[in-house]
Design a protein around this ligand. Sequence first.
Ligand SMILES: Nc1ncnc2c1ncn2[C@@H]1O[C@H](COP(=O)(O)OP(=O)(O)OP(=O)(O)O)[C@@H](O)[C@H]1O
Length: 234
Amino acid sequence: MQAIDIGHVTLERDGTGVFSDLTLRLTERRIGIVGRNGAGKSSLIRLITGLVTPQKGRVVVNGVDVAADRAGALGTVGLLFQNPDHQIIFPVVRDEIAFGLEQKGLKRAAALARAEAVLAAQGRADWGDRLCHTLSQGQRQLLCLMSILAMEPDWILFDEPFNALDLPTALSIEARIAGLAQNVVLVTHDPSRLTGFDRILWLEGGRIEADGPPAEVLPRYIAAMQALARAGAC
Ligand SMILES: Nc1ncnc2c1ncn2[C@@H]1O[C@H](COP(=O)(O)OP(=O)(O)OP(=O)(O)O)[C@@H](O)[C@H]1O
C-alpha cells in the first residue's frame, strides 16, 4: 500500500510555528495542495521528503521514517523544487542525473549507465554531454524530473513546477506529470492544473481548511480567493 502518514506533527521553522499536531494520511495517486502564500504548502512537502524534521511527531512514507532514514527516503520520495536552479549542482547533465544514484549506493559506471537510460526513455538521449546552464528553464525542470525518475521513487512531489514556464512548456511538464506511474503530490497556485486529481488539500495558516475531491474543494477555494481579491487582499 502506498501511503504517506503524517502523525501528530508539530513543526517550527526558525521559531515560526508552521504546523501544530497535524495528522494526515495520503494514499491517493494524484493529490493536489493549494493555499495562499505562507499557508505551509512547501513546508508540508519538505516534511514528506524528510528535508525538514518535525519537533514532534513522525512522517512515514511507505513504511520509511523519512527524517530518520535518509537513505530509505531517497529511494521512496523525490521532490522537484520550484526553481530548478536550487536543485541542479553539477555542470554536466549526465553527472547531475548520476549523482543521486551514487548517493543511493550505485557504482559510478552503473549510475552513468542508468542516467543514459533515463535520458533515452525521455527522448533526450543527446543531452548527456550538455552543460546544464545552457538548458532553458523548462528544460532544466525536465532535467530535474529525470534526476528524480532515475531514483525510481514511489512518490514524486512537485512544488509549483509551472512557475516561470511559458504555456507550451508548462503544458508539456503537466502532461509528463499526468503520465507518471508514480504517486504524485502537486503544489500549485493554479487550480486548473488539478481538475483530474483524486484529492485536494487546501491549507490555510498551517491548518487543513478543506480536504476532498476537486469538484468539492476547488470551487470553494476559488470563491474564497475571489472574495479576498475583491476585499483588496493584495
Ligand atoms: N526556511 C524557513 N525558515 C523559517 N520560516 C520559514 C521557512 N520557510 C517557510 N517558513 C515559514 O513557514 C510558514 C509556511 O511557509 P511555506 O513556505 O511552507 O508556505 P507556502 O504555502 O509554501 O507559501 P508560498 O505559496 O509563498 O510558497 C511561513 O510562515 C513561512 O514564513
